[in-house]
Design a protein around this ligand. Sequence first.
Ligand code: AVI
Length: 318
Amino acid sequence: MSDYRFFDRLRADAAAERRAIVAGLLASPSTIAPKHFYDSVGCALFGAICELPEYYPTRTERAIFAGHREEIVDSIGPGRQFVDLGAGDCCKAQVWLPFLAPKRYIAIDIAGDALTRALARMAPEFPQLEVTGIVADLTRALDLRGDLGDAPTLFFYPGSSIGNFTPDEARRFLTDIHLHCIVSIGSGLLIGVDTKKDPRRLTAAYDDALGVTAAFNRNVLRNVNRIVDANFDATAFAHIALYDQAHGRIEMHLESRVPQTVRIDGTSRVFAAGERIHTEYSYKYTPAEFTTLLQDAGFASVRCWQDRARDFAVYWAT
Ligand code: AVI
């Protein structure tokens, strides 16, 4: 049976979301939250980024998972409820299901259409599994108590998406997860996190030769046009990716190529030539830094696995 439950917890917030986007655009410096990258074109472009030679995180994480699968499975234990945070196409989680034999799979993502497609594809392949999709914004407080019950839960947050939060936001998010974990012994968080490394490799990963990341960045303007009735010309903005060593983060911006006036929700915003719209942070953590963050969030026990070059790290925190 290809059955699954589906809840959209985003729709109610649409007006507030539009107001937040307009406020960010009219602010100085102007900002767009990275969650707005992920319309259907943005999801497809992100899928392409993950295949690029410069973008090492996806394949490195996959190799760590594959190389340490048994140890990781032994650490987690079977029969957990599996909560897939930022599930996307659900493919990363799906690899684990035969090994972890969860009873329930709860996939959470902000991109509702992509999640529907993923669950319609996946649910029939796992007829014994109780499958739920939740469309939700992980940048807001996470409350899954009504969805989870008392069974031990595995929270799965791969791909270094935690890096798209500031460290303070990351601590709050991890604390929310820890609060869910203490409800039931055996719960924990399996999370993938990018590490600090040569700035040239980091900037290349976010400014690839083919220009896929540039298209991903500019596409956010098309999405914003649709959501808030604006008239951004995506080609009038240049993609900027830089590594800020002091903060240990990649920054992505869109830089106005020319002086221009953009209509945003009935008002006008002038962008000077060279003025930037900030679109994303991607923080990188040493294992020591990220272990401290997990401990600050309340996790008492942390295991870490890395690839040989230490380009990426995977943590199991309980
Ligand atoms: C989703 N997130 C972890 C990606 C990252 O690496 O920060 C998003 C991304 N932005 C540009 N390339 C990939």
